[in-house]
Design a protein around this ligand. Structure first.
Ligand code: HEC
Ligand code: HEC
Ligand code: HEC
Ligand code: HEC
Length: 272
């Protein structure tokens, strides 16, 4: 069965969400990431991505309910060999791998580790589809199905700002002089449970406090040499998979951290 069936359902759901936008904040329910309305096999929304138990530990993504693809599957942006690239790449991982577990088209969007409701183990083996009669792998390329060739996508799993020894910076705004590439705005740093947390304050919220409307940067333990704890750009830097409020008909897509008017997503990071 083709995913077109889902898109029909999503179209109506998105329209209804749009019509009721005055009344409610726009989260994941009713958004293109709410796959539930397409099936009667579950009444849950989050289960297509998260499970409270039995989640994947293959990458640092929260309670992930899908098998994560192997990082080596991907052709990375750096192999395009643009002469201007200054940051080093990690293997494709972190939240990017979570997005790609649907958006590379390699497995059905409803294939999960822990199916909704009772039972796991033998009677409900991991990797079961929630509704194989309705769902399939994502179609359409280069978007929304990005495929495994990421040379035509904004770099992910890449050092922010060309790298640099930012990890030695104290909490607060990192020293811009430490950025390997001066064409970037300095990121903010905070220490949470001894782990460094990084973000770039968006113009929407230039307050040195991390919010969902800031460009979130991610740390890796499997990054380039010396880059553990250093800030990296992933899909989640520009996208919040729960936020459908940035959708404007014929203008923008859902799940952007802030609307991209005047390309302010881009200029939050790039000094251009
Ligand atoms: C289409 C996939 C998808 C769906 C559906 C989804 N999430 Fe998420 N969620 C993600 C991804 C990817 C992340 C990691 C984001 C990051 O690290 O920036 C995440 C992160 C989170 C986090 C931790 C970070 C944060 O943003 O607070 C919470 C809590 C969360 N999700 C709750 C939920 C709940 C509750 C639902 C259902 C109402 C839900 N999610 C539905 C993909 C999804
Ligand atoms: C979260 C921060 C961030 C945001 C937001 C962002 N970028 Fe980037 N961008 C980067 C980083 C980091 C690199 C890698 C640059 C490097 O290492 O030289 C990069 C690389 C690029 C490159 C390739 C550079 C090269 O030399 O090959 C282009 C072009 C680009 N970005 C354009 C954009 C555009 C257009 C937008 C808005 C849609 C955008 N970026 C948003 C951080 C960001
Ligand atoms: C469970 C599978 C799944 C996961 C995981 C997932 N997506 Fe999606 N995503 C979808 C589907 C299905 C659509 C709808 C595609 C369509 O309408 O053509 C979609 C649509 C989108 C869209 C387009 C929204 C619009 O307004 O048309 C964006 C942007 C997006 N996803 C980004 C992400 C990012 C970033 C992540 C990770 C943080 C992610 N997705 C994780 C299934 C997923
Ligand atoms: C540097 C910022 C940035 C990063 C990183 C990024 N995106 Fe996007 N993405 C955007 C912007 C901006 C748009 C909206 C483009 C538009 O309006 O045409 C977008 C659009 C999309 C769309 C919808 C495209 C369409 O035209 O329907 C999908 C799907 C998507 N992104 C998935 C991803 C996934 C998966 C990743 C990680 C592999 C990712 N993005 C990484 C900025 C980014």
């Amino acid at each position: 069965m083709s995913l077109k069936i889902i898109f029909g359902g999503i179209g109506i759901a998105a329209l209804l969400a749009l019509l009721s936008s005055v009344a409610s904040a726009q989260g994941v329910v009713g958004s293109p990431h709410d796959l539930q309305p397409s099936t009667t096999n579950t009444s849950e929304t989050c289960v297509f991505c998260h499970t409270p138990h039995g989640s994947s530990t293959s990458a640092a993504v929260p309670l992930w309910n899908k098998t994560l693809p192997a990082p080596a599957t991907y052709t990375r942006y750096s192999s395009l060999n643009t002469s201007t690239l200054s940051g080093a790449e990690a293997p494709v991982g972190s939240v990017s791998l979570a997005c790609l577990s649907c958006h590379d088209g390699s497995q059905a969007v409803d294939t999960v580790l822990n199916t909704p409701g009772r039972g796991m183990g033998a009677s409900f083996p991991a990797g079961t589809q929630i509704d194989a009669a309705v769902f399939d792998a994502m179609e359409g390329t280069p978007v929304p199905m990005l495929g495994t060739d990421l040379r035509d996508d904004h770099p992910v799993s890449i050092q922010y700002g060309g790298g640099g020894l930012l990890g030695s910076d104290a909490d607060g705004t990192a020293n811009p002089a430490n950025l390997g590439n001066q064409d970037f705005n300095a990121p903010e740093k905070d220490t949470i449970n001894t782990n460094p947390a990084w973000w770039v304050d968006s113009e929407d919220t230039a307050n040195q406090t991390r919010e969902k409307t800031d460009m979130i940067l991610y740390t890796r333990t499997d990054g380039p040499a010396g880059a553990t704890g250093e800030p990296m750009v992933e899909c989640g830097s520009c996208h919040d998979p729960h936020n459908s409020s940035t959708f404007v008909a014929n203008q923008s897509v859902s799940f952007l951290r802030i609307p991209n008017d005047s390309s302010q997503i881009c200029t939050t990071c790039h000094i251009k």
